[in-house]
Design a protein around this ligand. Structure first.
Ligand code: SAM
Ligand code: SF4
Length: 336
């Protein structure tokens, strides 16, 4: 169902134009800020098939969503991802969507870059917190840095635009910022720093991981020439241009500088649950409505009702108690 309906708007009048669709909660890595080493994933029977994921995507496209980010877990571990990409590429060709983008840890990117490019993906976010292979293995609990770097080269060779996403980990980013910046900008890629958010128990203290990017940015301004940029990627990053490299640097500051007023997005998990805000536990199960009717009206109605109750802002806070507590759900359920 992709005929235009009334545009989707939340209860605060914010248009909803961006869907983040998690295609799996599974992952081949176990990043220390994202999930515990012995992660318990949702049972396979709860995972929507490609038709289900596409049915939900279609309902949002019909309501005016222009951008879909496929995420996870690690989206590239899902074997039938090309089938979903193929269906979404039809929406791109018909001009019903501006963009299909992907968030990935890069481990499978060398194998998948061509498939992504062939199906109309033009931009990929690749997570990378350090260029030190040992530190990378530690942070990801087993990841191989060389695989990611190879994946990035393969994606660039396919003409994909890449943004490197770096979680600003206290004790890591201070040393790794410059190597990552030079690496990213040297290859024409943007770099975005993300504040650690308190989502799910990972077996590692958040308090020891959190660094305020508002404070870190002030430090960077002493050493680098940062000028405000009008660049937008459709998400919450605010960008500057780095004079010394000419490249873009983004700051994603959910905790130290709230950006909810301009929120244009919602998230759907691979089990069909709609989360209108990542920073709240509440969700709406879209599966019954998905199963209910071929014309999609039940699904559309349920989505609109959920949007009317979308919270004004997330509840994340800085401070020891808030960082130690937070949301029970892991980041891998919704993919950022
Ligand atoms: N596996 C893919 C990846 O790593 O890019 C996609 C899913 S991952 C959950 C999406 C983004 O969320 C990544 O950039 C990751 O670094 C970030 N992330 C994970 N846990 C986080 C947390 N607790 N706080 C902030 N960002 C987090
Ligand atoms: Fe996997 Fe991405 Fe979470 Fe790391 S951040 S464990 S790569 S889902």
């Amino acid at each position: 169902m992709t005929s235009p309906l009334q545009p989707l708007v939340d209860g605060f009048g914010r248009p909803v134009t961006y869907l983040r669709l998690s295609v799996t909660d599974r992952c081949d890595l176990r990043c220390t800020y994202c999930m515990p080493e012995q992660m318990r994933f949702a049972p396979g029977r709860d995972r929507l098939d490609v038709a289900g994921l596409y049915g939900i995507a279609g309902a949002f496209i019909a309501g005016g969503v222009r951008k879909i980010r496929l995420t996870g877990g690690e989206p590239l571990v899902r074997k039938d991802l090309p089938a979903l990409l193929e269906r979404l590429s039809d929406n791109l060709s018909r001009g019903e969507l501006d963009e299909v983008t992907v968030s990935s840890n890069g481990s499978q990117l060398s194998r998948m870059a061509r498939t992504l490019a062939r199906h109309g993906v033009r931009r990929v976010n690749v997570s990378l917190d350090t260029l030190d292979p040992d530190q990378y293995r530690e942070i990801t609990r087993g990841g191989v840095l060389a695989d990611v770097l190879e994946g990035i080269e393969a994606a660039l060779a396919e003409g994909l635009r890449i943004r490197i996403n770096t979680v600003a980990l206290l004790g890591v980013v201070e040393d790794q910022f410059e190597p990552l910046l030079r690496y990213a900008h040297g290859r024409g890629m943007a770099l975005a720093l993300i504040e650690t958010m308190p989502l799910g128990d990972t077996g590692v203290s958040r308090i020891g991981q959190y660094l305020s990017l508002t404070a870190f940015r002030r430090e960077l301004e002493q050493r680098w020439t940062l000028s405000a940029s009008t660049a937008k990627s459709g998400g919450p990053a605010s960008y500057v241009t780095v004079g010394e490299t000419g490249g873009l640097l983004g700051f994603i500051t959910p905790l130290s500088c709230n950006f909810c007023a301009s929120c244009n997005r919602v998230r759907v998990g691979s089990d069909g649950r709609l989360f209108t805000c990542m920073g709240h536990e509440g969700s709406v199960d879209l599966r019954p409505a998905l199963a209910a009717g071929a014309d999609g009206s039940a699904l559309d109605g349920l989505i609109r009702e959920a949007l009317r109750r979308k919270p004004e802002r997330h509840g994340f806070e800085v401070g020891k108690a808030a960082l130690a507590g937070g949301i029970v759900r892991h980041m891998s359920v919704l993919g950022g």
